[in-house]
Design a protein around this ligand. Structure first.
Ligand SMILES: [Zn+2]
Ligand SMILES: [Zn+2]
Length: 296
């Protein structure tokens, strides 16, 4: 019986690993294909990258993300085994805490995860930890969607500890857990898109100013010392790691919609030249370290 259970968990582990890796290729790969191929010329005036992504850096990101997926799969198996043994606070009946609790617990997890991520991220940028725990995520310089889940193994373990811990403490419906995972996946890919998709009013809007988007996180990948959050800007604003030039950068970088509409598709052979045109660069190079530099 024990052998049969081990075999079943092993099979489940493989399926979970495939699902996590498949999700990465579907969402990150889909975003890359859309923004860097199909809509590349349409989005030319919203590009944040200074250089076209190199195949080498993207392959490096995919390798790290594959190892991260393996670590996330082990973590997911710990959740499954713990649930089977009745150790978690996961539940499946919508009536247990009422429908209002689904929304409240969803927001609570996002806020808690953002807080965990902010302080962990600041810690990982300490010189003694950065090289072996967080350099992998920054190795490609300007990010692409492939960077979204590219973590050094030690960072992947620490990232997974949050959701692994929260299911033992906070009652969560399965639907809420899935909603959190979907939000995390989409938001993370969006932050590493390399294109700004939000409207010009976003960093000034009463809600938008509290949310992290592509330009916000691009500044982290360029400067290292600002913007450590995952979903929200609360902690950055509160603890002095909000870049004071963020709003100005956002304003300066987006062209008016009327001008955007006149952008002509760029022939495939000319796309590299388009990348190198400084007038289409979205984020200032002032005070930026080079791709290979490390934070001080
Ligand atoms: Zn990042
Ligand atoms: Zn970082």
């Amino acid at each position: 019986m024990a052998n049969y259970l081990n075999w079943l968990y092993g099979l489940n582990g493989l399926i979970v690993f495939g699902a996590i890796l498949g999700r990465y290729f579907l969402v990150a790969g889909g975003a890359y294909w859309l923004c860097y191929n199909r809509l590349n010329s349409v989005l030319a005036t919203r590009r944040l990258r200074l250089k076209p992504p190199s195949g080498r850096s993207m392959r490096g990101d995919i390798q790290l993300a594959t190892v991260s997926a393996l670590i996330f799969a082990v973590s997911a198996m710990v959740v499954i085994v713990s649930y089977d043994r009745g150790l978690t606070k996961l539940y499946g009946d919508f009536g247990t805490y009422g429908f209002w609790y689904l929304g409240v617990s969803y927001l609570a997890v996002l806020l808690l995860q953002d807080t965990y991520f902010y302080f962990l991220h600041r810690l990982l940028h300490r010189p003694e930890l950065f090289r072996w725990m967080h350099l992998g995520h920054h190795r490609s310089g300007d990010p692409t969607p492939w960077t979204s889940f590219a973590f050094d193994p030690a960072e992947a373990v620490l990232q997974t500890l949050f959701l692994l811990g929260v299911i033992f403490v906070l009652p969560l419906h399965f639907a809420t857990l899935v909603a959190v995972l979907v939000t995390m996946t989409v938001w993370t890919v969006l932050n590493h898109l390399g294109f700004e998709l939000f409207p010009q009013s976003f960093p000034h809007h009463w809600l938008g100013k509290w949310l992290i988007g592509p330009t916000h996180h691009a500044l982290h990948h360029r400067k290292y010392r600002v913007h450590y959050g995952l979903y929200f800007t609360f902690w950055d604003r509160l603890l002095g790691t909000h870049d004071p030039i963020y709003e100005a950068e956002f304003d300066a970088s987006l062209r008016p919609a009327s001008e955007l509409a006149t952008v002509q598709p760029v022939p495939r052979k000319d796309r590299r030249a388009c990348w190198l045109n400084p007038s289409t660069s979205r984020v200032s190079t002032k005070n930026m370290p080079s791709d290979s530099s490390t934070p001080r």
